[in-house]
Design a protein around this ligand. Structure first.
Ligand code: ZN
Length: 132
């Protein structure tokens, strides 16, 4: 069902500063930016092999990223796994008793269909599924 790690989502307080760190200091190549208004998040994407790092900056104090920063500080906020068929994956996981945040796919960064699983069903880790 899971074909690869699609990306790691990392919550950052200052997106510009984090981009300078990852690009200029660490030496990653910036792939581009995206904004997901529904999630109140701006994303900087760094491709790494078949996966990528996504730096996530809040665009509003009520963004999920702002809430994560308040509670846990900066760091990995979620892990995204690619699946070939998102609807089928959600149905299968639901049948296994996994709690879903998103019962139906929605559109995430890069225009891909995504859905989140509830951390209470995944050992405390926010897991995103994405159909690439
Ligand atoms: Zn993500």
């Amino acid at each position: 069902m899971f074909s690869k790690i699609a990306h790691l989502g990392i919550a950052v307080k200052d997106l510009d500063a984090a981009v300078r760190l990852w690009r200029d200091t660490l030496g990653f190549t910036l792939g581009g930016f995206d904004e997901v208004p529904e999630q109140k998040v701006k994303v900087a994407m760094f491709p790494v092999g078949e996966s990528r790092i996504e730096l996530l900056g809040a665009t509003s104090p009520d963004s999920p990223i702002a809430k994560h920063l308040e509670k846990k500080g900066e760091g990995i906020q979620h892990v995204a796994f690619a699946v070939p068929d998102l609807e089928a994956a959600l149905a299968e996981l639901k049948a296994r008793g996994v709690a879903l945040i998103d019962e139906k796919p929605r559109i995430g960064a890069g225009g891909h269909k995504i859905a989140f699983l509830h951390p209470k069903s995944t050992g405390g880790i926010l897991v995103e599924l994405t159909q690439l």
